[in-house]
Design a protein around this ligand. Sequence first.
Ligand SMILES: [Zn+2]
Ligand SMILES: [Zn+2]
Length: 290
Amino acid sequence: MGDHDNAGGVTVDDLEAAFSLVANDIRFRIVQELWEARQAEALPMPFSELFDSVDVQDSGQFNYHLDKLVPRFVRNVEDGYELTFAGEQVIGAAVSGVYTDTDVTVDGIDVGECTDCGSTIEARYEAGRLDVQCVDCELVVAGGMPAPPVLAASHDPESLPRVFSQFLLTRSQSLTRGFCHHCGGRIESSLDTESWDEPHVQQSCQACGVDVGMAVEAVVLDHPAVVSFLYEEGIDLRETMIWDLDWLFDTEVTVASEEPLRVELTMDGDDERLDLTLDETLSVVDVARS
Ligand SMILES: [Zn+2]
Ligand SMILES: [Zn+2]
């Protein structure tokens, strides 16, 4: 693959720079000090102030490391130094714990009741992945969803079910809106009518190549017709645990036409039902209530 592989044109030099930054104490402290100054709205930070705050004896050594950070992570402007977007990302990665807190685990906690079989929905977090599924039947809310350790580590145990639900909802919304959770690159969604029992959504990042499979129901979750239908059924999407949305997991999605491709799904309410038709780009092309 050479220097330029397919991960968004990232070169080996870029990666070395990023990882050596995290690994080197002085460089990391420079970035940290600039981050704190940014929080205090005190950027740019003059050279002398930065040198004092990092507290290195030898100015030659300090200069050497500061030079390594410019221009990729630190920008040298007229009145001093400030962080670039990449520099801020390093702080984000450090705080989220993705490179350090590999031992954060949450052992099977009970988060709710399975809408399929009435048994327990269990959530577990291990090795940076979140699984939410029924302990008895085959219902899977999330299988191996990548999630940063800070998600599990910074909340008290009682609030974790809600945190996990909100995280999964947010993640599916960002994918549906076209943003990759790995790299921020563009996600392209397509309908896959062949690999599964029923049509599924395949989402692929055009920058880093990550692939995610998703239920068609999850893609229409934000559609105004769905939001209002649920609201009239007494369900506020923002307040509901996603594993309580039974139609998200047991709605039948059928291929209504091959040419042009149309898939249909139906949501049953107490008195009414909602029928949605989607085309191959996953746009909702028809809504009917009956
Ligand atoms: Zn079940
Ligand atoms: Zn990506």
